[in-house]
Design a binder for this molecule. Structure first.
Ligand code: BYC
Length: 320
């Protein structure tokens, strides 16, 4: 941060002035403990979502209907792994260890996004995830490019560019199905019916029940409330659904001239809370697969550590 405050200012006053001036807080700057803890919680949850989010779609790589679709899907799933890496690195700048974060994910002490606890039943789900889930992710994440914490904000710039490609591939896939045979159209519609409401839940609980929003917005970690972003997403999706020739499964969806937004029906928050409690359709399966992947990858981590140690020793010997 570069804000000029009196020489005698407390670290807290320097921090507050930097946030007020829309400057970035950097890893070596003083920051309140609760600011650090909030960032670790959110960034870790975000990183976990990226790597758990690889599972539902990876499920379809071997069954993609063409070489082109397979190549696109593989690239997308690899991107999610990359996003996880940027985000774990951003979290590490706050003084936490990646192993510790993964351990908290595996033991259920840290969360990942509710959306990844739903199954991918048909090929059209790959399109619905791209259009709706990545679309919701972009709506949520573009404002995070202006987050007050520098390493998180910078990671988000690159992630958003890639998410934009992900969203477009989902839209294009659904468009092809929607304009295809009757059965393909029905498959696309069914996928949208199943993914619509869980996508709206991705933005988090309603504002009046959001424990962290007030403080996170005061610190400019979050720039908009959960409900504001959810509304923005609905407004974007309605005309896109029309262009796709698909409907959104909400009879209450209609333009409200007075508000200048689409009204939409009530969200089933009981379902959301059940998923958060670990009782969604795929919670157990996702965590089991993640733990197994971690255990199966132990030899790669061991080999990389041994290789790094060998090179460090060789480097020291060269200098001796
Ligand atoms: N799922 O006070 P609130 C993606 C928790 S996908 C699970 O409003 P906050 C991708 C929340 O953690 C998306 N838990 O919290 C796309 C808190 O519990 P704790 C990943 C949720 O943090 C395609 C409690 O509910 N994106 O990127 O102010 C393929 C109260 O909530 C959810 C991000 O993580 C949920 N949906 O706001 C692959 C974006 N919603 O922690 C990957 C960054 C809320 O007190 N994160 N909770 O136990 C954020 O923007 C914010 O953390 C949220 C929640 C808007 C999600």
């Amino acid at each position: 941060m570069t804000t000029t405050v009196p020489h005698t200012a407390t670290p807290e006053a320097v921090f507050d002035a930097a946030v007020a001036a829309d400057e970035r807080i950097e890893p070596r700057d003083w920051m309140p403990d609760a600011y650090r803890a909030t960032l670790v919680r959110q960034i870790a949850q975000h990183a976990h979502s990226e790597i758990i989010g690889m599972q539902p779609e990876a499920n379809w790589i071997t069954r993609a209907p063409s070489l082109r679709r397979k190549a696109i899907l593989m690239a997308k799933v690899q991107d999610e792994a990359g996003h996880g890496l940027y985000l774990y690195s951003a979290a590490e700048t706050l003084g936490v260890d990646r192993e510790e974060l993964l351990d908290k994910l595996h033991s259920g002490r840290q969360r990942y996004s509710s959306i990844f606890n739903y199954p991918t039943l048909t090929w059209a789900d790959v399109g619905a995830i791209g259009w709706l889930v990545d679309g919701a992710a972009i709506t949520n994440q573009v404002p995070l490019c202006r987050c007050s914490y520098g390493p998180y904000a910078r990671a988000m710039v690159r992630i958003c560019k890639e998410e934009s490609f992900h969203q477009r591939q989902g839209y294009e896939l659904l468009l092809a199905l929607s304009r295809g045979t009757e059965a393909q159209h029905a498959m696309a519609q069914d996928a949208v019916n199943r993914w619509w409401w869980p996508s709206l839940m991705m933005f988090g609980p309603p504002d009046e029940q959001s424990a962290h929003s007030g403080q996170s917005m005061a610190w400019k970690i979050k720039r908009h409330s959960n409900d504001e972003l959810r509304q923005r997403f609905v407004d974007i999706c309605v005309p896109q659904a029309e262009s796709l020739g698909l409907t959104l499964p909400d009879p209450a969806l209609r333009w409200n001239e007075e508000r200048g937004h689409y009204d939409f029906g009530p969200i089933d928050w009981d379902e959301f809370n059940e998923v958060l409690r670990g009782n969604g359709p795929c919670n157990a399966e996702r965590l089991a697969q993640r733990r197994a992947a971690h255990e199966n990858g132990a030899w790669v981590r061991d080999a990389a550590t041994a290789y790094a140690a060998k090179h460090a020793t060789a480097h020291q010997e060269d200098r001796a």
